[in-house]
Write a protein that binds this ligand. Structure first.
Ligand code: SF4
Length: 506
């Protein structure tokens, strides 16, 4: 007998991510008629747990507004958020409460802060693979508890297929899949190893290929982001199982996908890994470089960055046709007055066009947060915006005004000044890739020609138009094979330029 007070209409709501961050790519997405960079993978993964008897709908507020009619249709609303989506999350809960619809919440923000959140009927927090079916059973039987939290980290080898079919795929710049959770390193500011452990857990290659088959069957073409925090956390299995399987799949599917992921810098020391990644279709990787200062790296426990020459490592990865996008942090206790110039010089020299640089913040659940609490230096909760937020949430060793002024100068140098420095970094990257990368040489699609025309029209007449034309002409002559990538870099540069102007003006 079903004792549930709820029916079977489930609405998934993904709250808004503030658009004024580098991560939103909002100014670049306009060139390709897309609304959001990535889909809500967490929510569509949860959706995969629901039996067929449920009616599921998804509203991603980053691509469409949430209407009362959506909520009124639902018997309950499931929502999840990162800290940066906190405000929008709270509004979603408020509207659902007003309309008398129960809310179920999970994801990083509710997991770290559920005790401070009101208006939610049930929390399903942490990694849910081991507990979600129990929660659903309890819900159906009308006896669901307030909080469900897994006691152990689940095995994800044969995980549920995310419900990609719930997405309006045309609205996204890329699709997302996840291969692993956890990271073998212990960076002080990071909550990944605290939440997911130091032993990476992996999906089977079969599960990943199923996900790719699903995307392929739904007609997706283009970029796929492998959202792992450290894709090479278990290098042995990545090399022996996943990458060979991906290479075969790509060969059978005409190399349809370009992959992008996050990994630690020690990937550069493994040529076999780099070859396999290149052959599987990886053309971009995000790396946490953080700082060129050895003292800063030591302070934050980033051992993998200390034990290599980071400049050479970046260049090595680029030489395999893989663009390095990287995270940088200012505000370590050991940072001295020259840190701003050292960051700029490292980023320019290594040819990292998209350098995500932010002030250090202490996130709840990290070792840094604990240390700041113990030292009595914690001021507030972080807003979760890790680029161009002008505030830190703890008392820094460097004087606050000096830190802020220096940081603003870094942003301005990297993405202002008529984008000259940005285009110089792009040219360095294209030179380092050279003309040998088979992956950057790919068939030009019709949509890319449209993108180029739009780019000419908008960027050619912009305030940085001269540098833009100079860059395009240089690389048309020097790197014709990678010219579509040069255009892509221009469009991404426009986004960084606009966001930087907006934040500096604000
Ligand atoms: S390498 Fe990256 S994911 Fe791993 S602990 Fe450090 S910051 Fe976190």
């Amino acid at each position: 007998m079903n004792n549930s007070k709820y029916g079977k209409n489930v609405l998934f709501v993904y709250p808004q991510i503030p658009a004024n961050t580098y991560w939103s790519f909002k100014h670049a997405l306009k060139f390709i008629n897309k609304k959001s960079a990535m889909p809500p993978l967490g929510l569509i993964t949860i959706a995969g747990f629901f039996p067929k008897s449920y009616n599921l709908r998804l509203v991603d507020m980053n691509i469409e507004p949430l209407d009362e009619s959506h909520i009124l249709w639902a018997d309950f609303v499931f929502t999840g958020a990162m800290i940066v989506q906190k405000e929008s999350f709270q509004n979603v809960v408020k509207v659902c409460n007003k309309l008398g619809k129960p809310v179920v919440a999970g994801g990083p923000y509710p997991t770290s802060s559920y005790s401070e959140i009101s208006g939610v009927s049930h929390f399903v927090i942490g990694e849910v693979e081991d507990i979600f079916n129990k929660f659903l059973d309890d819900l159906e039987n009308g006896k669901a508890d307030y909080i469900y939290r897994s006691e152990k980290t689940p095995d994800i080898s044969n995980s549920i297929l995310p419900r990609f079919d719930l997405l309006n795929m045309d609205a996204y710049g890329s699709m997302s899949i996840q291969y692993s959770r956890g990271c073998p390193f212990k960076c002080e500011f990071c909550d990944i190893w605290k939440n997911y452990g130091n032993t990476p857990r992996l999906k089977s290659s079969k599960s990943i290929l199923n996900e790719l088959d699903s995307l392929y069957d739904l007609g997706w073409t283009g970029a796929v982001f492998v959202v792992d925090d450290n894709f090479i956390g278990n290098k042995k299995r990545v090399k022996s199982e996943l990458l060979p399987a991906l290479i075969k799949w790509q060969e059978e599917h005409n190399h349809i996908y370009r992959f992008f992921t996050e990994a630690s810098i020690n990937m550069a020391s493994d040529e076999e890994l780099l070859c396999l990644m290149r052959d599987a279709g990886f053309n971009e990787v995000f790396i946490g470089i953080e700082t060129p200062s050895k003292e800063g790296l030591k302070e934050t426990g980033k051992s993998q960055n200390i034990s290599c020459n980071m400049e050479e490592a970046v260049q090595k990865i680029q030489s395999y046709g893989i663009e390095v996008m990287a995270g940088f942090i200012i505000g370590f206790d050991s940072d001295t007055d020259d840190i701003f110039d050292r960051q700029i010089s490292f980023i320019q020299k290594t040819g990292i066009p998209k350098a995500m640089i932010g002030l250090l913040n202490a996130l709840p659940g990290t070792a840094l947060y604990q240390r700041m609490q113990t030292e009595g230096r914690l001021l507030d909760e972080s807003n979760g915006n890790n680029t161009h937020s002008m505030e830190t949430n703890f008392i820094t060793k460097m004087e606050k005004g000096k830190l802020k002024t220096g940081y603003m100068r870094v942003l301005k140098t990297l993405y202002g000044l008529n984008l000259k420095n940005y285009f110089n970094r792009c040219s360095t990257l294209l030179d380092n890739i050279g003309n040998n990368s088979k992956l950057f040489k790919r068939k030009v699609e019709f949509k890319e020609i449209q993108m180029l025309l739009r780019s000419f029209f908008i960027q050619g007449s912009s305030r940085y138009g001269y540098q833009y034309m100079k860059f395009l002409m240089r690389n048309f002559i020097k790197h014709m094979n990678t010219f579509p990538e040069a255009v892509r870099m221009c469009i991404e540069g426009h986004h960084f330029y606009m966001i930087t102007q907006e934040s500096l003006e604000a």
